[in-house]
Design a protein around this ligand. Sequence first.
Ligand code: ACO
Length: 332
Amino acid sequence: MKLLDDIMKRAQSNPQRIVLPEGTEIRTLKAADIILKEQAARLILIGNEGEIKKLAQENKLTHINQAQVIDPETHPEMERYAQLLFEIRKEKGMTQEEARKLVKNPLYLGCLLIKNGDADGELAGALNFTGDVLRPAFQIVRTLPGIKVVSGAMLMFTPAKQYGEDGLLVFADCAVNPNPSAEELAQIALCTAETATKLSGMEARVAMLSFSSKGSATHELVDKVKEATRVAQSLAPGLLLDGELQADAALVPSVGQSKAAGSPVAGRANILVFPDLQSGNIGYKLVQRFSGAQAVGPILQGMAAPVNDLSRGCSVEEIVHMIAITANQAMK
Ligand code: ACO
């Protein structure tokens, strides 16, 4: 996949410091070994140093010794990170004692490394649930100024070359917000356009999806998508973004022409923004299974620094791609 090769090359050109909190998870270690061999990032592994060394030896991972290892049980800076956590969360009722306990959780420690300027991004989730990866990121790394919601985009490499950019489409939100408001949906659209442009260089053409095209149906769910379209257009007047559109009107030129004549996006969208998480998550999985598309992500967007979540069923190759993507997102 040429785009994934380009993302890897960009990561190699400017290696970022990426923390992997699941440092003793074997697929993560294997991926880390590849990334270090390719010099695509500087890696920080959280976990027991002896265990990491043993796993590396047993699996002949000869580059792991280039990674920095942070063991939460022995790291000399733990008290400083606990204080940082306490400062960030004391208004939410966290005590110093709770902070000292929580800082030993690698998912919290990884985010504290980012917050303290000791890492540029994080990738986890081969072992942990999505919510457990996201919560510390939301609480500690937080969102970019002006952004209220973090969302998850999927790069969909489909064999249907007639759609999107030679078969490549970006779907969102497929991972985080169960039922976004119109304002949140507008933010998700703008963040997705930025993610797509930053990672692929594509001209963003964003379709705000619904079961209605340009007033063909009336319902409060359609009104939400219409309002999100209005907000997004007013926030980014130069962006090619239109709605509300059905998926066929967004993708197929003849259908776009008949259902939304004059739209700058209909029939040629490369970014599909779904109205809620059910449609986004179901939509990407159906496309993946029925078309044999390669789905890469979710790529979390809107955070002050990149933190990404893996599927627990992920392969070593997927982790390698996601480390490179996280490193690309971390580049200023
Ligand atoms: N963006 C930014 N911040 C957020 C977001 C968001 N989307 N959602 C919650 N937060 C913040 C809150 O403001 C809060 O911050 P605070 O403590 O400083 O006030 C903190 O995160 C915790 O908020 P809660 O409402 O308590 O969040 P909760 O922990 O209940 O849920 C979560 C957050 C876990 C991400 C939830 O939205 C969720 O479960 N989403 C679905 C995830 C999922 O299962 N996805 C499908 C699988 S992924 C896949 O298939 C690709």
